[in-house]
Design a protein around this ligand. Structure first.
Ligand code: 16G
Length: 240
């Protein structure tokens, strides 16, 4: 199965084979991967080569290592629709997962220039600065930094921000969220992001920037969400 005369490096061939087994379902989520030694013996290749293939697959989110237990095939990625303007809480509930948030920061601060511009408010107007780890069944999925104009959204508290902000806006303040501009970018996790998201530093993450507006164009939030690329893929329907 491994071709030592191929121009493709051996680690890349092994990586490809394991990836194909995962994608075709031969290896399913939660399955244990054979040990490094078994791969070495089976293919007559070095341990370093095996390790490199496994490292790459772990970084790409196909495999996850557990100290002292072994290497496992990761759970499938969550598919996130891009068409609907939904909240994290709604997204998780729709999948039958239990949403929760860990509040890392909650403060009312004077808006700096860039935030004031995005939110169309005067510089130094009060804004909520909120940082949350968004979790599904207790597992961290995204690290989210939110800025909301405080004059538009009175009464937001840390307790509310630990639950659903959209629910508070719509159900308690009767603020009708209308549309968002959303940008998706691929970046690598910083030390802080990897710490809070429980992934190795430098892992791929999908950075979503969402600016949300009311019908008359009033901005109601600007949010940066760093989603784990090993847990998420974004899907959309396109027509012609
Ligand atoms: C999502 C939104 C975010 C919004 C949040 C509200 C993306 C990229 N971002 O995370 O803009 O503030 O939901 O969630 O989807 P909540 O109602 O559960 O607090």
């Amino acid at each position: 199965m491994i071709n030592k005369n191929s121009p493709l490096p051996i680690y890349a061939q092994l990586e490809e084979q394991i990836r194909e087994q995962i994608e075709s379902g031969i290896l399913g989520p939660g399955d244990t991967l054979p040990s490094e030694r078994e791969f070495c013996e089976r293919h007559g290749i070095s341990r370093m080569t095996v390790r490199q293939a496994i490292n790459n697959l772990a970084k790409a989110g196909y495999l996850r290592r557990e100290k002292g237990r072994g290497t496992f095939v990761s759970e499938r990625k969550m598919e996130q629709q891009l068409q609907g303007l939904t909240s994290f809480t709604e997204d998780m509930k729709a999948r039958g997962r239990k949403p929760s948030s860990k509040l890392l920061h909650f403060e009312i601060v004077p808006a700096v220039e860039s935030i004031a511009q995005t939110l169309s408010i005067p510089k130094h107007d009060p804004v909520y600065h909120i940082k949350r780890i968004r979790m599904a069944d207790g597992e961290p999925m995204a690290l989210e930094t939110t800025h909301i104009p405080a004059n538009l959204v009175p009464g937001l508290t840390p307790e509310i921000a630990t639950g659903s902000i959209y629910n508070y806006l719509e159900e308690h303040l009767s603020i009708a969220i209308d549309y968002s501009n959303q940008v998706i970018e691929s970046v690598t996790a910083s030390e802080t992001e990897s710490h809070y998201l429980d992934i190795p530093s430098g892992s791929p993450i999908l950075l979503m920037q969402r600016d949300t507006f009311l019908k008359d164009g009033t901005p109601v939030e600007t949010v940066k969400s760093a989603y784990r690329a090993d847990r998420y893929k974004f899907v959309t329907v396109i027509r012609r």
